[in-house]
Design a protein around this ligand. Structure first.
Ligand code: AMP
Ligand code: ZN
Length: 470
């Protein structure tokens, strides 16, 4: 399995620190509002990478934090006249709801910075003791000049950073160098705070992730991940903190997802082209959003548009219809042993799984992996007939479902449908009863009603079979 490592800027063979184990840390959202469609990308991408690693037999410990101390959270709390906990609790709950909608497996741990204060203070103390940090007027800063590797992840040079920053106005006079960054800052009036040896205050954002990664995964971890905007300064600073404090390499592989743009423009609040995931999910089912995200390579930028969403919806429908057709076949056919001809077809079908794995082994090329599933679907549709055994239907269904499960694209709890199918089943039963009673007008009426719902039905020798319109 090859992964692209931002740290070395090349694809490398994935070799875990400990055999069969993967320790993975993914930076989570800041919880001051509903997550947006951009935040959904790291959720889906790193969940898929985790699923693939689990499929490969690794025992994955997956940590994704929520950033629950931040200026934007404090502002929101003040605007609403409530405490910051009210805001963070509300939006953590909402983010978990969105993650569940996207079929993202819960992390092994979802730590919160506010619950880790003694450990954060401990790491800052260590950094001061080792000469990597200094205190000034109640603030503590990281001394970037003390860490010779500073810039190794982003490729930035310390002298360029200093030159760039010194042109800016409003620099913090307490910093020794403009490239230094805050580890601890004193509270301002009305802000939440914690006691520390330096001041009543709160930690900087970067130190939180260094501490939570250490606490839940150890000093050195296999994978650290997040969106590409986090490479600098967030991840660069995490490396500086963790490697200085622990005296060990921090993360072996650094993985970053590309951005989601809207109508080919960078999504941002100021441009007004900003969508919460909840708003999108009101129009497009979550499973289509997940499928849409997986249709592009995780490192490339992807463009969000209604047309592309629609295309993703149609693609997913093709897979669902095949799965539905195979399930119908299994229920309504005999034969629990495949014929020799069917067995040889299944041998041929092994190549879809091999191609799928090859795509995923090449830095998680989910777009190619989805193409393999489409090939499998085409093969299944053309190989199965009313005369096939149930066993053959099952073998095809198992083969396709296994690959879909790795990508998380057919949630199991609702049979892979993002709409409620009980109403469809009820109408089909009602139509069958009408036909039996020779009330053909009513049967036709129900067929039309189903058609309005986007459902086509087909009377076969095995019974009524239905699928969604393509
Ligand atoms: P934030 O709440 O801004 O800290 O973001 C949480 C996660 O979402 C981080 O991993 C970000 O890199 C990622 N992210 C934010 N915006 C986008 C976007 N437009 N496209 C892809 N990822 C994003
Ligand atoms: Zn982080």
């Amino acid at each position: 399995m090859k992964v692209y490592n931002t740290l070395t800027r090349r694809k490398e063979e994935f070799v875990p620190l400990e055999e069969n184990k993967v320790r993975m840390y993914v930076c989570g959202p800041t919880v001051y509002g509903l997550i947006h469609i951009g935040n959904a990308r790291p959720y889906v991408i790193f969940d898929t990478i985790r699923r693939y690693m689990e499929y490969k037999g690794y025992d994955v410990t997956y940590v994704q934090n929520f950033t629950d101390v931040d200026d934007k959270i404090i502002k929101r709390a003040n605007d609403e006249g409530v405490s910051t906990e009210v805001i963070t609790e509300r939006y953590i709950k909402e983010a978990l709801k969105d993650a569940e909608g996207l079929n993202v497996e819960p992390a092994t741990y979802h730590p919160l910075a506010t619950k880790e204060m003694p450990h954060i203070i401990e790491m800052i103390k260590t950094l001061i003791d080792k000469g990597y940090a200094y205190e000034k007027n109640g603030s503590v800063y990281y001394d970037t000049s003390a860490f010779p590797d500073y810039g190794k992840l982003s490729g930035k040079k310390l002298e360029d950073l200093i030159a760039g920053a010194s042109n800016r106005v409003g620099a913090d006079p307490d910093k020794k160098s403009p490239a230094d960054f805050v580890l601890w800052k004193p509270k301002k009036e009305g802000e939440p705070y914690w006691e520390s040896p330096w001041s009543d205050g709160r930690p900087g954002w970067h130190i939180e992730c260094s501490v939570m990664a250490k606490r839940y995964l150890g000093d050195t971890i296999d994978i650290h991940a997040g969106g590409e905007d986090l490479i600098f300064p967030h991840h660069e600073n995490e490396i500086a903190q963790s490697e200085a404090a622990n005296g060990k390499p921090f993360a072996k592989y650094w993985l970053h997802n590309g951005f989601i743009n809207v109508d080919n423009e960078k999504m941002s609040k100021s441009k007004g082209n900003f969508f919460t995931l909840r708003d999108i999910a009101a129009e497009v089912p979550y499973d289509v959003i997940r499928f849409f995200i997986l249709n592009g390579h995780y490192r490339s930028p992807i463009n969000f548009s209604r047309e592309l969403m629609e295309a993703a919806g149609n693609g997913l429908m093709r897979i669902k219809n095949c799965v539905k057709g195979l399930s119908f076949h299994i229920e309504n056919s005999a034969g629990d042993v495949m014929t020799a001809e069917e067995a040889s077809l299944m041998e041929k079908a092994a190549r879809f799984k091999e191609d799928f794995e090859r795509a995923m082994d090449d830095d998680f090329n989910t777009a190619d992996a989805i193409a393999c599933i489409f090939d499998y679907v085409k093969f299944a549709n053309s190989s199965i007939s009313e005369n096939s055994t149930a066993a053959f239907g099952k073998a095809l269904l198992d083969g396709i479902s296994e690959l879909c499960d790795i990508l998380g694209i057919l949630p199991k709890d609702n049979g892979g449908d993002s709409v409620d199918t009980t109403e469809i089943e009820r109408l089909i039963a009602e139509r069958s009863a009408a036909k039996k009673a020779k009330d053909y007008a009513k049967a036709d009426e129900i067929r039309a009603q189903l058609s309005d719902m986007g459902v086509v039905i087909e009377d076969t020798r095995q019974g009524v079979r239905w699928s969604f319109k393509k």
